[in-house]
Design a protein around this ligand. Structure first.
Ligand code: ADP
Ligand code: MG
Length: 469
């Protein structure tokens, strides 16, 4: 709640009151009011607005005649119970400074001004403070994305807008997006909202359910920077897609910065509204590719350095050679070794042999024979907006054939089934068809580096799905 535009809520309340009241009534009692500041009690979650008012006479009149109306308007607009305290400030408002609904655009709120005086801002509640540019290794695999992200941070709303960062799982999308947010938040008074698609959806549903849609719209359409993570999550959710479309337009019209992440290219988003896709297509797209060997070594060195741990070059080499598909797994292998070093201490130095034994399970992830082919087929089909029967059937359209080949390849990788058994599960196909499919994917992997992370991401979804069903 601490990041909301409180003064915006107050000004919106005045605008609505003005519409409801006669002009003389409004200007007699409200036009000399001045929003001073908001107090937010972290413990109780209560919000109190302190509003300046010319005299005790004004205050008493407003309290007895208008308090209920103001409170219910504020609640409707902000979605929260907000109490009001009036402070007598006399009639000394300069005409220019007078707070009227017309100058609501002047949203340099008192809260922001007081924050500015502090040496360092408080941590932004929605962003990880370790996800910064200094800790993001740039290489050939991500240089455009990093350059675009930095340009945006220095010039929000003016450089690349909107920016879509896409790439497979664990390749740094969230890190890079938070780095943009952290830098803007640190260096300017721009309001930054950073949210996962899941939380955006939940807030939207809350807004619908509890009649707080105004508060939701107010929050998202009056920010300077909006960062939304993992928009593939909106697949097949038309209500929230519609809301996102309007938020998108409102912010873009006002030249506010938008950044999104997605685990696949926009063109591969299925069950997504056409007009939303075309909005994304208008923006700048930057992909993150899996890091190559040199980049993997650099990332490991950088993480070890931040953790103040020394890791020998041959160990860095071992890990980099064995984990190639994503940065998250790379770092978690390193964390594993760091835990070992911290546990064993100086007594037993970490050798390549020990590291190899220690990471055996990660290096050779065992095949899981408990996974069913049906689950694999279901997850892959769903990912491409197809049905399991499409994959099991004989249709030869390009998208079906690719998804079918991918599912067969993953089936062979994740289970102990033979190619004959896999063929049976795909509607009774011959084992040579399965082998042909697997070879096709192997060949594609050589030319399309993003396929590897797509496969990793699918495998993860399959594991998650299988754990549930
Ligand atoms: P994604 O959102 O794409 O799934 P994350 O942003 O969560 O990936 O990154 C996974 C982990 O890898 C995080 O700990 C992140 O800090 C780290 N990471 C990813 N890319 C890099 C990079 N280029 N340099 C340093 N760390 C990285
Ligand atoms: Mg992420």
């Amino acid at each position: 709640m601490a990041d909301l535009d409180y003064e915006g809520f107050w000004n919106e309340t005045l605008i609505q009151l003005r519409n409801d009241l006669r002009e003389e009534e409004f200007s007699g009692w409200f036009s000399d009011m001045k929003f001073l500041h908001a107090r937010f009690d972290d413990q109780t979650g209560e919000i109190n607005f302190v509003v300046g008012i010319p005299s005790a006479f004004h205050r008493d009149k407003v309290r007895s005649h208008y308090q209920n109306t103001i409170n219910s308007k504020l609640k409707e607009i902000s979605g929260s119970e907000i109490s009001l305290t009036f402070e007598i400030i006399g009639r000394k408002l300069d005409k220019k400074e007078e707070i009227t609904p017309q100058n609501r655009k002047n949203t340099e709120s008192v809260i922001e001004k007081t924050t500015k005086k502090k040496e360092k801002k408080e941590k932004h509640p929605q962003m990880r403070d370790d996800y910064i540019f200094d800790r993001f290794i740039k290489g050939d695999n991500n240089s455009f994305a990093v350059n675009a992200a930095k340009a945006i941070s220095n010039n929000p709303g003016k450089a690349y807008n909107p920016l879509l960062i896409y790439g497979g799982v664990g390749l740094g999308k969230t890190h890079l997006m938070h780095a943009i947010g952290n830098q803007i938040y640190e260096n300017s008074d721009n309001r930054v909202i950073c949210i996962t698609s899941e939380n955006f959806l939940n807030e939207y549903l809350d807004g619908l359910g509890q009649g707080k849609m105004n508060a939701f719209k107010n929050k998202y359409r009056h920010t300077d920077v909006l960062l939304i993570d993992d928009i593939q999550f909106f697949t097949d959710k038309p209500g929230v897609q519609e809301e996102l479309f309007h938020t998108f337009n409102a912010l873009l019209d006002a030249k506010k910065q938008l950044v999104f992440t997605c685990d696949r290219p926009i063109s591969e988003l299925k069950k997504f509204s056409e007009r939303l896709i075309s909005r994304f297509e208008l923006g700048v797209k930057a992909d993150l590719q899996p890091p190559r060997y040199e980049e993997r070594c650099a990332i490991l060195r950088s993480v070890a350095h931040t953790r103040s741990v020394k890791i020998a070059d041959d160990i860095i080499d071992l890990v980099s050679k064995n984990i190639s598909s994503n940065v998250r797994d790379l770092i978690s292998a390193l964390n594993n070794l760091i835990a070992y070093i911290e546990l064993v201490g100086e007594g037993k130095p970490l050798t390549v042999d020990i590291a190899q034994r220690h990471l055996k399970n990660i290096f050779n992830a065992p095949r899981q024979s408990n996974l069913s082919m049906d689950n694999i087929i279901r997850v892959v089909a769903e990912n491409y907006g197809l049905t399991p029967n499409d994959l099991k059937g004989k249709k030869k359209s390009q998208n079906i054939v690719s998804a079918r080949q991918l599912a067969m390849f993953i089936g062979r990788e994740m289970t102990d089934y033979s190619t004959t058994e896999i063929g049976q599960d795909f509607g009774g196909k011959d084992h040579t068809t399965v082998m042909h499919s697997i070879n096709k994917i192997k060949a594609k992997l050589l030319t399309d580096p993003s396929l590897e992370s797509t496969i990793e991401s699918l495998k993860r979804s399959i594991k998650e799905f299988s754990a549930k069903y």
